[in-house]
Design a protein around this ligand. Structure first.
Ligand SMILES: [Zn+2]
Length: 69
């Protein structure tokens, strides 16, 4: 499984929840750079939504890009 596939799988299992790249990285044991690459690619595919907003995992002190299925 590629990192992108792992991220896609995780987001599909947590459908409706939005995760920022940092929290996705923490959940999947990858670094934030890998998470960002994966979410950017998934957003381009059109299967996932990537917007600025609130992260479902925990509150952050600033708005971030979050990705959801
Ligand atoms: Zn987060």
């Amino acid at each position: 499984m590629t990192v992108e596939e792992r991220v896609a799988d995780f987001l599909a299992k947590n459908k409706g929840k939005a995760y920022c790249d940092d929290c996705l990285a923490g959940e999947l044991g990858i670094n934030r750079h890998q998470a960002r690459n994966a979410t950017s690619g998934l957003a381009v595919s059109g299967r996932f939504h990537r917007d600025s907003g609130a992260c479902s995992k925990r509150p952050h002190h600033r708005r971030k890009k979050v990705t959801r299925a």
